[in-house]
Design a protein around this ligand. Structure first.
Ligand SMILES: Cc1cc2nc3c(=O)[nH]c(=O)nc-3n(C[C@H](O)[C@H](O)[C@H](O)COP(=O)(O)OP(=O)(O)OC[C@H]3O[C@@H](n4cnc5c(N)ncnc54)[C@H](O)[C@@H]3O)c2cc1C
Length: 464
């Protein structure tokens, strides 16, 4: 149509089966009757109005649609991380590299998983993938409950569900995209090959940190909700207990909590996460309130953005640890072996989160108020080492449990049978550049360079 210009944005890092395009309209008038306007209308004077349908408030309805999408993204991010870790785990068992210092001189090379650093990275990433998946399941349950309430016109928990969904989306996709890239690096040079499947997996997970709302914007939405809860009486059942704790904490102004039971025990770890979350939330609230006395709310918010982000992040990590622990409790009576393994994994998740924070804006937040000291951190690192040893025999089973098919992984490094090198050779040999046809055509065939040179005879064959 005249004045209508449409186009595609071209290749992206991944998601190339999805078209992202542009549209430009110049001097185009669309008749009002032809607008794609199910939920909005423009009247004859150009006034834009949303149309409430079925007695449901449209703004709330649109909010609810985004929630649905965030459920999918959090789950997808968890599975995306799980895919890369599955490949990295299988490859780490098969790949033999080096005769390390700890082995006898005449011993064979060891597989990658013998190295403590590889164990640490695998264990941490597997634990994170489980943490995302469990948090996603917990959030799905919250969301389904909200859907039932919404069906009878009850939107009381929309704020809580929205806040939690934004924070969870930001946290899960940040962890998943950083973890997927780490899993790729764990496979060395072969992990960089397209046929490892990893570059595509990493690029696919990376998009989740950006689409459906950039994470740095998402964190802020969660904290806005949390601040509202500080200002008003909490109404949401799930958060009431938590925010009640915050109020008590604020009143006591810096009250400490007990580390009784040992800093590496799950119950204590949960209280450490909870304390840190409340402290950061209280801190952000306090600096913002103070700043707002002399600056506009917007300026104050922007100036103290990093405190705001830390508070949101810490809240989600507390929520995630709590849901993980609840899942462990849930299987305690039905399967004690599984519960024991998951409990180790859950503790590993908590401990590695304290000693190896993923990003910089919260790196020192567990220790900055002095509650955890150097001795505690040393103890945590020792416990991590013990947990890694205990989990070592379970690493493959923990990734097999996600039940990815070989086809879904499409990875020469990560198939179930562990035939990494055979598959690498078979897949590589299929490439036109290796199977003879391309070379014959390019250099030797009549259509190739050789033919061109022979026909033109302007460069001596010996030079070629
Ligand atoms: C694979 C893919 C598919 C997509 N598909 C769709 C689609 O189908 N439909 C659609 O409508 N959109 C789609 N998008 C677009 C996507 O929703 C946006 O890219 C995303 O919301 C971020 O917005 P932006 O690109 O304008 O980034 P910007 O807002 O320009 O962000 C750039 C940087 O600035 C920072 N920043 C921006 N605002 C703030 C703030 N308030 N506070 C702090 N930092 C800030 C961000 O953190 C980011 O680092 C897609 C994107 C991708 C990557």
């Amino acid at each position: 149509m005249p004045g209508v210009e449409l186009g595609d944005l071209g290749m992206k890092m991944a998601y190339n089966a999805t078209c992202n395009g542009y549209g430009r309209f110049s001097g185009v008038r669309v008749p009002r009757g032809s607008l794609l306007a199910a939920h909005a209308e423009v009247d004859g004077d150009g006034m834009y109005r949303v149309v409430d349908s079925g007695g449901e408030n449209l703004a709330k309805k649109l909010y609810a649609t985004m929630l649905d999408m965030r459920c999918i993204i959090v789950r997808g991010a968890g599975m995306g991380l799980a895919q890369t870790v599955t490949v990295a785990t299988r490859y780490s068992v098969v790949r033999e590299q080096g005769r390390p210092m700890f082995a006898a001189e005449d011993s064979a090379e060891v597989s990658l998983v013998a190295y403590k650093s590889q164990q640490y990275r695998l264990g941490m990433l597997i634990a994170q993938a489980y943490a995302v998946v469990f948090a996603s399941k917990a959030f799905d349950a919250e969301y389904r409950q909200f859907e039932a309430e919404r069906a009878v016109g009850d939107y009381a928990r929309l704020g809580f569900i929205h806040g939690l969904s934004t924070g969870l989306k930001a946290w899960a996709t940040t962890v998943a995209s950083a973890g997927a890239e780490e899993a790729r690096k764990m496979c060395g040079g072969h992990g960089y090959l397209a046929i490892s499947g990893l570059p595509d997996m990493v690029a696919t997970v990376a998009a989740t940190a950006t689409f459906e709302g950039d994470n740095y914007v998402m964190w802020q939405q969660l904290v806005r909700y949390l601040f509202k809860q500080i200002k008003t009486q909490p109404v949401d059942a799930d958060i009431a207990e938590y925010m009640g704790g915050l109020t008590a904490y604020l009143e006591k102004d810096g009250g400490r909590w007990s580390l009784e039971g040992g800093v590496c025990e799950l119950a204590t770890l949960q209280s450490i996460f909870r304390h840190r979350s409340m402290r950061l939330l209280a801190l952000a609230f306090e600096v913002l309130s103070k700043e707002s006395e002399t600056s506009s709310p917007g300026e104050a918010w922007n100036k103290h953005m990093m405190s705001v982000l830390s508070a949101g992040h810490a809240f989600v990590e507390y929520y995630v640890l709590r849901t993980f622990a609840e899942y462990v409790d849930g299987v305690r009576d039905t399967d004690s072996n599984l519960a024991a393994t998951l409990r180790r994994l859950c503790r590993l998740f908590a401990l590695t989160t304290v000693v190896s924070p993923v990003s910089t804006f919260y790196a020192v937040s567990f220790t900055e108020d002095g509650t955890l000291n150097v001795a505690h951190l040393t103890q945590m690192r020792e416990t991590i080492n013990e947990l890694l040893l205990q989990l070592l025999p379970d690493l493959v089973a923990l990734t097999d449990a996600w039940d990815f098919t070989d086809a879904s992984l499409s990875s020469a490094l990560g198939c179930k049978d562990g035939n990494v090198y055979e598959r690498l050779m078979v897949w590589t040999k299929q490439l036109p550049v290796n199977n003879g046809s391309l070379v014959a055509e390019a250099w030797g065939g009549d259509e190739g360079v050789g033919g061109f040179l022979r026909r033109n005879n302007n460069i001596r064959q010996s030079k070629v």
